[in-house]
Design a protein around this ligand. Sequence first.
Ligand SMILES: NC(=O)c1ccc[n+]([C@@H]2O[C@H](COP(=O)([O-])OP(=O)(O)OC[C@H]3O[C@@H](n4cnc5c(N)ncnc54)[C@H](OP(=O)(O)O)[C@@H]3O)[C@@H](O)[C@H]2O)c1
Length: 242
Amino acid sequence: MSNINGASVLITGANRGIGRALVDEALQRGARRVYAGTRVDLSHSDERVVPVTLDVTDPAQIQRAVTEIESLDVLVNNAGIALYDDLSDRTVLERHFAVNVHGTNDVIHASLPLLVRAQGSVVNILSVNALAPLPMIPSYSISKAAAFNLTQSLRLLLAPQGVTVHAVLTGPVDTDMSRGLDIPKASPESVAKAVFDGVERGEAEIFPDSLSAMLRESWNAGASKALEAQYAEMVANVPAEA
Ligand SMILES: NC(=O)c1ccc[n+]([C@@H]2O[C@H](COP(=O)([O-])OP(=O)(O)OC[C@H]3O[C@@H](n4cnc5c(N)ncnc54)[C@H](OP(=O)(O)O)[C@@H]3O)[C@@H](O)[C@H]2O)c1
């Protein structure tokens, strides 16, 4: 369980939307340092914020970013893209995977030595569309489902190294990404608060808004969660030399 007070936090896609709200929420909670991953120039009035050039699809930038970070307690994989499509063009699916799946995985693996040293946490900003695809954005939904599965695998794989992994199953939020959707949306600030509340409570799955919160109870009591717990037990019982 990670406490944000006094922590060093890296947030990808920190220049706008949910990422920017996460930066401010981490500062509000007393983070010692907030590394703000960005592809554009970013400045912040709080001297605890350190902008880090980070396109999550660029392996060289990921490596360079990690060397700029002295210590890391919490990594928030927030960077993401969502494009409208109908699955007729595989390049659209590939673009989603490049950012939402491979980008997330690559940043985690590059940061792992730092996270293990701190016994820290990974927080992946996913979507309720990982569980129920939205027909206008099927490629996005597939990529978030894959990223959710990746999150569940990493939770089991990294537990023996003392790193916890959280999935944030977010509903609609009022940012550039959802501008075309005329539906009720949560504010980025309220979502950022709920994300760190969930991290500090040690919740494996975080449902940070009123729409996603409707899934919490059934998810936690459901068959998938029970199976995940069985698999976790299986891993815990494997002898170290196997
Ligand atoms: N808004 C929603 O309704 C909603 C719902 C569920 C989940 N989410 C998830 O929440 C996260 C944040 O979304 P948002 O709503 O804040 O969207 P947003 O306002 O569109 O912001 C997306 C952020 O991701 C960054 N990004 C995109 N591609 C990147 C790359 N290759 N490398 C590094 N950064 C990259 C963007 O940077 P640039 O400014 O440089 O493009 C921007 O900072 C995403 O993972 C999204 O899937 C959002």
